[in-house]
Design a protein around this ligand. Structure first.
Ligand code: NAD
Length: 489
């Protein structure tokens, strides 16, 4: 499919089961594969959020009153539709985000897994009861919150919305999704397929746009809980603004993930894991390896890593980065590191793809002798670049990891269980890998970082998310069988 022939030339808000043309100013949507305009997205505001909240509130009483075992049936059907349209959904991700088709299929497969988890929620949310004294029973059950919102980033247009939408809706809420304005198209298919699966109108709504619509969602009193995934800069803004308008908020931010490599690590496995982690999805994953902290003599692993990195070729097994600005930012970090004395072992600057000269490409890049004070060591680069930082011993490596403002993921590569255990204990990150470069916890385990990679309690997926999308209702009941019924008392 050529980018010119994409099916959605105009992105529309989806409110109460209908796509609306709202006469707003539009932004152009580019395919990063070739830099061509593929669609237009409206910049919505408070009026549109108002309409979506009203639709959500209208749908909420009937939806939340439906037993969860019935609500979940819609998501069994939805899962089948995701599978049926897997190729089309992956192609949309490929076109609007620029990742390879293989990565796009993997993204849709992950959305299917997330939907399967949502289908298991009835088994996980059964309440509790106990007779706490003779004839008196306490009972706890989970109740939905009402209309809730979710704001998503550009890097997983299909999967990240599935982190929250199925769970929040199965748990009985109505949802307003605000997708990234850079990749707004996949969400349209999500709305269409949810409707086809039988979701009642108003339970799922879409509002598109950028800062203005996000601020409206933070401020709107009708939105009871707001989840956010994106950069730390915006996560802080959203968390502060949403909580100051007294709503529950969970805001996941950026990352700078350190992989600690010990000299005894398995050479081939480590090199291929590090290369895949730093370059998968063109390094635009919050779980991507950003820094490899080598302890002692790891030159043999660095050599193998360079060999692996050279096998990763733009336009073949390495997709584009999201925009011209992203390409310029990534290359500026590499230039700055080089100027500061780092050694570029594999250089991905100035990459192009024949036939797609207008696309935004950065080749896989390996930089050695990066020092912890360099910008490339501290800041989120979000490109297919690995910085190698040399440490004299394991404690120095752990200090380097611990000094990051972020704390999404960290990993250790070693054959020693004891040393792996030591890193597991000491690393300051929410998700730890042992001999795994992308330690994403799969369902039912939950996803979420520490430090400036996450603001708020709970995680965004898995069992932990149940807590975020529901509130506990505690009922104390007394049935006294000895008492006579006395209607006059
Ligand atoms: P971003 O923060 O620029 O945008 C995220 C969302 O915020 C978008 O919907 C956007 O419209 C909105 N937004 C942007 N600027 C805003 C502003 N000033 N005020 C209010 N809203 C605003 O992030 P991005 O560039 O789309 O995505 C990449 C970032 O997301 C990276 O930092 C990456 O690490 C992070 N990310 C984190 C996770 C995680 O789980 N922690 C997962 C995926 C991506």
């Amino acid at each position: 499919m050529e980018t010119e022939t994409i099916k959605y030339p105009e992105v529309k808000n989806y409110v109460d089961g209908h796509f609306l043309s709202n006469g707003h100013q539009n932004l152009e949507v580019f395919s990063p594969i070739d830099g061509k305009v593929i669609s237009h997205v409206p910049l919505s505001g408070m009026k549109d959020v108002d309409a979506a909240v009203a639709a959500g509130e209208k749908a909420f009483p009937a939806w939340s009153a439906m037993p969860i075992k019935e609500r979940v049936q819609i998501f069994y059907r939805y899962r089948t539709l995701l599978e049926k349209h897997r190729e089309e959904l992956a192609t949309l991700v490929h076109k609007e985000n620029g990742k390879t088709m293989g990565e796009s299929y993997a993204e849709v497969d992950k959305s299917i897994e997330l939907t399967e988890f949502a289908c298991s929620l009835p088994q996980l949310v059964a309440g509790e009861t106990m007779e706490v004294s003779k004839g008196v029973e306490c009972r706890i059950e989970r109740a939905p919150l009402g209309v809730v919102g979710f704001i998503t980033p550009f890097n997983f247009p299909n999967m990240v919305p599935h982190w929250a939408v199925p769970n929040a809706i199965v748990l009985g809420n109505s949802m307003i999704l605000k997708p990234s304005e850079i990749v707004p198209i996949s969400a349209i298919r999500m709305a269409e397929l949810l409707k086809e699966a039988g979701l009642p109108d108003g339970v799922f709504n879409l509002v598109h746009g950028d800062r203005e619509v996000v601020e409206a969602m933070c401020d709107h009193p009708g939105i009871k809980a707001l989840a956010f995934v994106g950069s730390t800069r915006v996560a802080k803004i959203v968390y502060k603004r949403a909580t100051s308008s007294l709503k529950r908020c969970l805001a996941l931010g950026g990352a700078k993930n350190h992989l600690i490599v010990l000299p005894d690590a398995h050479t081939e496995m480590t090199a291929s894991n590090v290369a895949a982690s730093m370059s998968g999805c063109a390094g635009q994953r919050c779980m991507a390896a950003a820094a490899m902290v080598g302890v002692g003599d790891i030159d043999h692993i660095v050599d193998k890593l360079c060999e692996e990195a050279k096998k990763i070729v733009v336009g073949e097994n390495l997709g584009s980065v999201i925009s011209k600005e992203a390409k310029e930012r990534i290359e500026a970090y590499i230039n700055e590191a080089e100027k500061a004395g780092a050694k570029i072992l594999v250089d991905g600057r100035n990459a192009t793809v024949e036939g797609n000269e207008g696309g935004y490409y950065v080749g896989s890049t390996v930089i050695d002798y990066v020092t912890p004070d360099m910008a490339i060591a501290k800041e989120e680069v979000f490109g297919p670049v690995i910085s190698i930082i040399r440490a004299k011993d394991l404690d120095e490596a752990i200090d380097i990891e611990n000094s990051s403002d972020y704390g999404n993921a960290a990993a250790v590569f070693t054959q020693s269980g004891g040393l792996a255990r030591y890193v597991m204990e000491k690393a300051s990150a929410g998700m730890i890998g042992v001999n795994i470069g992308v330690p994403v916890p799969r369902e039912p385990f939950s996803f979420g970082g520490w430090n400036e990679s996450k603001f708020g309690t709970c995680d965004i997926t898995g069992k932990s998310s149940i807590e975020f999308w529901t509130q506990l209702k505690k009922t104390t009941t007394k049935w006294n069988p000895e008492a006579r019924t006395n209607w006059m008392s």
